[in-house]
Design a protein around this ligand. Structure first.
Ligand code: FES
Length: 68
């Protein structure tokens, strides 16, 4: 699904950037070799960043035998 129409970025590309270490919207655009243009997608990317962080935090709270 396209998240950023201006740059043609899909949710898969954005998730990949986040799992590769992007922590801010700027990092996501940079990882995808583009930059924000109209800014309409910024809220969606922020939401994906927060979800990504929550997944990491939740995984770190799992018992070691399940998390690994
Ligand atoms: S939709 Fe992403 S910058 Fe315009």
């Amino acid at each position: 699904m396209y998240v950023c129409i201006c740059n043609g970025l899909t949710d898969t590309q954005i998730k990949s950037a986040i799992s590769s270490g992007a922590n801010r919207t700027h990092d996501v655009y940079s990882a995808c070799n583009c930059r924000a243009q109209c800014g309409s997608c910024t809220a969606s990317i922020l939401c994906m960043l927060r979800s990504g962080r929550n997944e990491v935090e939740n995984a770190s709270q799992l018992p070691v035998s399940i998390a690994n």
